[in-house]
Design a protein around this ligand. Sequence first.
Ligand SMILES: C[S@@+](CC[C@H](N)C(=O)[O-])C[C@H]1O[C@@H](n2cnc3c(N)ncnc32)[C@H](O)[C@@H]1O
Length: 313
Amino acid sequence: MTPTLTPPATQHQIEAFPNGSFSVRNTELNECMHSTIGPWVEAQEIYLAQSNLLHCLATASQVPHAAPWVIYDVGLGIAANSLAVLEHLGQSQTASASPWIDRVSPQIEMMSFETDLDGIKRALQRPELFPFLERNQEIVKTLLEQGVWTGQLASGIHFHWELKLGDFRTQLAQCPKADLIFFDLYSPKSLPELWSYQTFQLLAEKCHQPKNSLDLRETTLITYSASTAVRAALLLNGFYVGKGKSTAGKKETTLANTRKTSLANPLSKDWLDHWQRSSQPLPRDLAEPFNPEEKEQISSKLSAIIRDQALSS
Ligand SMILES: C[S@@+](CC[C@H](N)C(=O)[O-])C[C@H]1O[C@@H](n2cnc3c(N)ncnc32)[C@H](O)[C@@H]1O
């Protein structure tokens, strides 16, 4: 199916960072798609390294005839995160380090959500500035033109990559459950409605909800944001939430999981104290109307969740 989209609503320009990398700036929001570490380092450090991808895939693949392993790439941007996954899974070292791949022939479905292809089209006009795009130009062009790219990677993994054009909140209804979610949209400050309680509620409905430790499917959500309101929205929607690693550009990132025991660094009492003091403790769709009594109720709920998380750490 050829993707269609209303004409680009925004303009994008290429921006050089001091470390020699390049990103794309949305001039309407006046925000770059990436932090100053650059798209590829960000993709590797925040998203790929923290996803524990092969381990999770190996675990889920233990079930005979397991359904494809599904990644939501929210939003596609200039495809740094998605290409980091594709390249990592395609490497021949991946195959030699993971002999189980040969045995189970795992299948990956990656859904990349995007409302505006202007940014990636702009980057593709200067591929030499974006080596990850340059190396994978043919694949990316097929994805943009046909809405899908399917191939068998050198590692033996079957990879099906789909472009979901339009607001991901409306696209989710037709998508299978996710095993891994990269939540990488413009900042909560610029687009608070995309980081709302309701948004994470929609995502929570598309996650595996392991009932016991023998369930092999769980869902991990990774985002660069460490916002108090975003973490509260995730917790109140049933995710267990922990601190993710810091990068050159960020003191902390956020990892959420549907399985309590999968969090390496769960939020603890310190975070709750911080939440109490925060001037923006909740996403906007919960914050209004917001009176002391409601705050007390939410505070008790969060305390119980944080206590529960701490018990398994
Ligand atoms: C920060 S950039 C993503 C960077 C990207 N992950 C990468 O690896 O290059 C955010 C992207 O999300 C897209 N976006 C914004 N709102 C969206 C929505 N409601 N649904 C899907 N994509 C959206 C933007 O157009 C933009 O390209």
